[in-house]
Design a protein. Structure first.
Length: 580
């Protein structure tokens, strides 16, 4: 079997494989690369020693059976007997569902999550978006401090378990998307600096050293990240990737890393004849991220729309701290702006940032499905001090209104696991660092961060306490009882309606027409013949729709508009109608 590793600064590289050692030779065709052969098969343990130093795992390891610091293991990607056809599920028309393997079930494994995929097929979502799966220290964590960017976290079940998950998802008609982190690696178990200039001191991220995308040696670093992305798509038959915090990818080269990555993914899609896609999480408010490369954009296929979330969250809760301050002055106007223009920050002044932010989006050229809309995400829940969901503070009626706005909006909708039944469990920040120093730093850093925002330190859950993860696991008995069962039925009805009504799949942002009462707290919009109205006030609202319409779905019983076109909508309620 052929082994290879990039180690441009090493004078000697030794392969330790299956109990034997042998010196690798410099590759005459590729600067900095070392190659050699050894007897190996699926499961054989191996690693590399640089200049007679300790044996380290392979940077391109496909499996880390003993965690990030252990030896790597050979993976024969052709061993798995795939059952389902990989037909591919494109992004237009999609409904995404964020799923964290470690808390979706108490078992916290891919196989246990696979057993629950039928729930998602019945719900009507089209794609499961898995939070990061790369190995990280310990057993439980969010996954955003992962290392070994080509491997699957062993406590989740390793590579074979991921294939079983994807296979079953495809059998049920579900696509699978994976969240990948390219902007930084975890603080523990990260051996890449020993091999080469994978990181740079030129920039910093909020989470540690920045990845070297534009300095000396960055050609190979970029190839490492692109190769990892393509391996996930090809080897595991994934349908797409979500790219974490692309605003932290600092790159001054003429061809940005995202452009290079999108080009490589599009080439793979053509090769395998499947609709593969990339979704970026971006804080830039810059439509160039999702503008095609032929139009001088970066060519990413979609991005999260936090502006829509912030406007919706502020309208629902009245919160005004932090970045919500930009939306709190007139939340219904802000919501209208995002629904019709995509971004709220379109070059306007941001009081939160103390400067102008964003760039206008040409709503006549950007299909609405390129923006993701959501009321809750792992970030927006988990990065609250106590990980509280909207269900912890809002009535079922207001939760129904949030669902109606997300699932009928022009954007590609995304749900966070458990949202569909108003889960009563929080989703808190938890870690399982095996390094006591790192564990203590994370624990105290988290508490100091929230103490600065007015929280008592003792009220911030200890990330290292196993009870924090346990509290965050979904309670699968909830969907069977009130009020959760009613909320779940409402989500199923809305998702079915979205699939059935062509007007709710229209790509044209410019076709969305909005009306609202800022003080009365009602909001309505039209997409083709479909009308959606929500009343966030406890008082009944008179909403001037101006048309005769029939009810398609309603949270509370409601009569269609009278001859005057006025809809009388009960408090904390919502309705979807179509023009009669």
């Amino acid at each position: 079997m052929q082994f290879e590793v990039w180690a441009p600064q090493a004078a000697r590289v030794t392969l330790h494989c299956g109990g034997a050692t042998r010196a690798l030779e410099r590759d005459p065709e590729r600067a900095g690369w070392w190659t050699g052969t050894a007897e190996a098969e699926d499961g054989t343990r191996y690693g590399f020693a640089l200049d007679d130093g300790p044996v380290l795992p392979d940077p391109r390891s496909r499996r880390q059976p003993d965690g990030p610091d252990g030896l790597s293991a050979v993976v024969d990607q052709g061993r798995y007997p795939w059952r389902a056809a990989w037909s591919g599920r494109a992004l237009p028309g999609a409904v995404l569902y964020e799923l964290h393997v470690g808390t979706y079930t108490r078992e916290g494994t891919l196989d246990a999550a696979t057993e629950r995929l039928g729930h998602l097929a019945d719900l009507g979502v089209t794609h499961v978006e898995l939070l990061p799966l790369c190995p990280f220290p310990g057993r439980h964590g969010w996954g955003y401090d992962g290392v070994s960017l080509w491997a699957v976290h062993e406590p989740y079940g390793g590579p074979e378990a991921l294939k079983r998950f994807v296979d079953r998802a495809h059998e049920l008609g579900l696509g699978v998307v994976l969240d990948v982190v390219h902007n930084h690696l975890g603080p523990s178990g990260n051996h890449l600096p020993a091999f080469g200039p994978y990181f740079t001191d030129t920039y910093r991220t909020p989470w540690g050293a920045a990845v070297n995308l534009d300095g000396p040696g960055s050609d190979e670093v970029r190839a490492y990240l692109v190769g990892s992305a393509l391996a996930w798509l090809r080897d595991y038959r994934l349908d797409g990737l979500r790219l974490d915090a692309v605003h932290a990818l600092r790159d001054t080269r003429a061809i940005h890393f995202l452009e290079e990555l999108s080009q490589a993914v599009d080439a793979l899609a053509a090769e395998v004849d499947r609709p593969l896609f990339l979704i970026a999480e971006s804080d830039l408010g810059d439509p160039r991220v999702i503008t095609p490369r032929a139009q001088s954009g970066l060519g990413v296929h979609a991005q999260w729309n936090d502006d829509f979330h912030h406007a919706l969250h502020t309208a629902l809760t009245g919160e005004s701290q932090g970045y919500y301050g930009d939306f709190a002055r007139a939340p219904f106007a802000a919501l209208a702006k995002t629904l019709t223009g995509g971004f709220f920050h379109d070059g306007s002044y941001s009081t939160f940032r103390g400067r102008h932010h964003g760039r206008p989006l040409d709503r006549t050229r950007v299909p609405a499905h390129r923006l993701l809309g959501y009321a809750q995400t792992h970030d927006q829940i988990g990065n609250r001090a106590q990980g509280d969901r909207l269900a912890a503070s809002l009535s079922p009626g207001l939760l129904a209104c949030a669902a109606a706005l997300v699932l009928t909006a022009p954007f590609t909708p995304m749900l966070f696991m458990g949202e569909e039944w108003a889960a009563g469990t929080p989703w808190q920040f938890f870690t399982d660092h095996t390094d006591p120093g790192v564990a203590d730093a994370v624990r105290h850093g988290r508490r100091r961060e929230f103490a600065a925002h007015g929280w008592a330190e003792e009220d911030v859950p200890d990330p290292q306490d196993p009870a924090t993860r346990a509290r965050s696991c979904l309670d699968w008995s909830e969907p069977e009882r009130a009020p959760h069962a009613r909320v779940l039925a409402w989500y199923r009805e809305l998702i079915a309606l979205r699939h059935a009504q062509p007007d709710l799949s229209g790509p044209d942002l410019a076709d969305v027409k909005v009306a609202y009462g800022e003080d009365a707290r009602w909001f309505a919009f039209r997409r083709g013949d479909v009308r959606v109205a929500v009343n966030l006030s406890r008082r009944p609202a008179r909403i001037p729709l101006g048309v005769h319409a029939r009810v398609l779905a309603a949270w509370e019983p409601v009569a269609p508009p009278g001859e005057d076109g006025v809809l009388n909508l009960p408090g904390e309620s919502c309705v979807v109608l179509t023009q009669a």
